[in-house]
Design a protein around this ligand. Structure first.
Ligand SMILES: [Zn+2]
Length: 240
């Protein structure tokens, strides 16, 4: 039996000065949902199932309309399953501003969702969706919040086949010299370790089923080891 780590009840919240992150949920195979921002900027990360409900409860309709960007770490359903309802809601509420969706190159799931969404709603969509593929060479900035993507290693096993790599990114968010590192779903890799180092907050997945890290997820022990390289850390994505 694995010992249950402390500080894993959702929502998890961290704030320094005007910079915050709220993790509504992060349960493997169920849902993830994260909001990062400042008083001027709202960025959604990994809009899993329930994200619209959680945003509505947390920030309300007016602030939901002001979300500028959505970042997707990878295409697994527990990281983007709620995006359809969020995109639809924005049109129901007659959003006018462009919405930017950033996703790893090769992420077929979000491309398919976007295509299907366009087919259904193109005629009366009130706003424009701008799609951006990103890699570790594409730093991004919105109102002073920098987003630095980095590649992580996350594989999946399709029945009776060898495991294959999923296009996956982690993100380092930097605002006024404070930094938050979110690893997404990842096994042990140098890019994660390097980006966690000296971050003010690290959010590390500990999704491995057993006591060992796999090529898909980290064990709690490895996640803690990496998390300790940051000033503070949260463990997320622990199987329930
Ligand atoms: Zn995943």
């Amino acid at each position: 039996m694995r010992a249950k780590p402390k500080n894993t009840e959702y929502p998890l919240f961290w704030k320094k000065d005007d910079f915050f992150i709220k993790i509504f949920c992060s349960i493997p195979s169920i849902a993830t949902g994260i909001l990062v921002g400042t008083s001027k900027t709202s960025i959604v990360v990994d809009p899993g199932d329930g994200i619209l409900r959680d945003l509505n409860k947390e920030i309300g309709p007016d602030a939901i309309l002001k979300i500028s960007d959505i970042f997707i770490s990878h295409g697994h359903h527990d990281h983007l399953g709620g995006i359809w309802s969020l995109l639809t809601y924005l049109s129901v509420m007659r959003r006018r501003d462009e919405l930017h969706i950033h996703y790893p190159k090769g992420c077929s799931e979000i491309k398919s969702i976007h295509k299907a969404f366009n087919e259904v709603y193109r005629k009366d969509l009130s706003y424009k969706i701008v799609m951006h593929t990103i890699s570790d060479e594409n730093p991004f900035s919105r109102n002073g919040v920098k987003v630095l993507p980095f590649k992580v290693v996350h594989k999946e096993q399709k029945e009776a086949k060898k495991s294959t790599s999923v296009p996956s990114l982690g993100f380092k968010f930097v605002y006024k010299k404070k930094s938050i590192c979110y690893g997404g779903d990842t096994s042990y890799c140098d890019s994660l370790v390097n980006n966690v180092k000296n971050s003010d907050l690290a959010i590390i997945e500990a999704g491995a089923e057993g006591t060992e890290s796999s090529d898909m997820h980290l064990s709690i022990d490895d996640a803690v080891k990496i998390g300790k390289l940051a000033k503070q850390f949260f463990l997320v994505h622990i199987p329930k």
